[in-house]
Write a protein that binds this ligand. Sequence first.
Ligand code: FPP
Length: 263
Amino acid sequence: MIEGDDGRRGPGARVAEPRPIPAHVGIIMDGNGRWAAARGLPRLEGHRRGVDALRAAVKSASDLGVRYLTVYSFSSENWTRPIEEVTDLMGLLKRFIRKDLADLHRNGVRVRIIGERVRLMPDIRALLDEAEILTAANDGLVLVVAFNYGSRQEIAGAMRRIAEGVASGAIDPATIGPDTVSTHLDTAGIPDPDLIIRTSGEQRLSNFLMWQAAYAEFVFLPCHWPDFDRTAMEAALEAYTARDRRFGGIRPAELERKVKTAL
Ligand code: FPP
């Protein structure tokens, strides 16, 4: 569905260019609560089904050749939800890691966690550390779990570390540029996202990868997160392949035409 030729064989067959698969996909998994409400179910059931959808998304992303998948599983602002829901989400994360870590590891998935870890409960911190350590040498899909994550908090942390570097003499202020910031973020070493998907029809970034998404393509899907399946992933990747990414420049063919007209 994503790649392929024009169906003709033999002399004159025209093999289509393989279409680009985004190396890094970020997902804002939104709409669990509304999915549950529409079915008269408790919100927890929506989050539970959200974990099933997450499992399927890891598989489809990996099958389709995505290298990095970043999922927004708990934002810095989610602490303002009722304590019962926060407890449920913490429980789901623990269960997800306890239950799925062995499978992820067997499938070569490398887990990375971004977000503020210091103030999390010790048992959660230990599980997050365990997931990263166990899978550190894997070379399959990199699953980046944004947990207790907020982009503004992440950028402020990077600023703090850069300021400390300047104060200690390790960083020359004259050399500070975008790369300095990137290498001080939680996502250091991870390429910027090519595609950000948000489900549930909302069209905003909600403090997710704001620095890193400078040139990301956005695909907003109407379905709620628990209904996000392989077909939805393929549809989002198809939409991405149709985009014309210029990163502020112009396309090579256009550039060539401009050079020719100038000569
Ligand atoms: C947004 O739906 C979703 C979240 C705040 C949490 C995302 C969590 C999961 C997919 C499951 C947990 C997974 C892990 C690994 C912890 P919402 O509750 O804001 O939905 P609504 O906008 O319809 O109320």
